[in-house]
Design a protein around this ligand. Structure first.
Ligand SMILES: [Zn+2]
Length: 133
């Protein structure tokens, strides 16, 4: 077990309790999801954004979910994309989400963490049903 030892000018040795921060390497990210939320009132906006995403980016578009599904408490569709697409698609979504809420999350294999502490929200952050994760 690692230990931090510091020598002072008088030769005394101070031994601190172990303090190790374990960082997660980004190599645990196997890809990303963008969940694009909409309602009856702005489904036309969601449709326009979806069409442009399909034309401009290397993604897999999921089906429309007008009914709530999984942890999502609003209608939404899913956009699946690889790590190399992140820096193209996410800035585009920032500029073009047109008032929609979008949840961008990595896929690390831990669904709960990916939808909570690993999540990136564009626009208003919505509640999720975490019991479904
Ligand atoms: Zn997802």
């Amino acid at each position: 077990m690692p230990m931090l030892i510091f020598s002072s000018g008088e030769g005394a040795v101070l031994i601190f309790r172990e303090y190790v921060v374990v960082s997660k390497p980004i190599s645990v990210i196997k890809g990303f999801h963008a969940h694009v939320y909409y309602s009856e009132n702005n489904k036309n906006v969601a449709k326009k954004i979806r069409e442009e995403i399909g034309q401009k980016f290397a993604v897999r578009l999921g089906q429309w979910h007008d009914e709530i599904v999984g942890p999502h408490l609003s209608a939404m569709y899913l956009v699946v994309f690889g790590n190399s697409e992140f820096n193209k698609l996410v800035p585009w979504l920032m500029l073009n989400r047109d008032g929609l809420s979008i949840l961008v999350h990595p896929e690390t294999g831990n669904d709960l963490d990916d939808h909570t502490k690993h999540a990136l929200w564009l626009g208003e952050k919505l509640d999720l049903n975490l019991e479904k994760l």
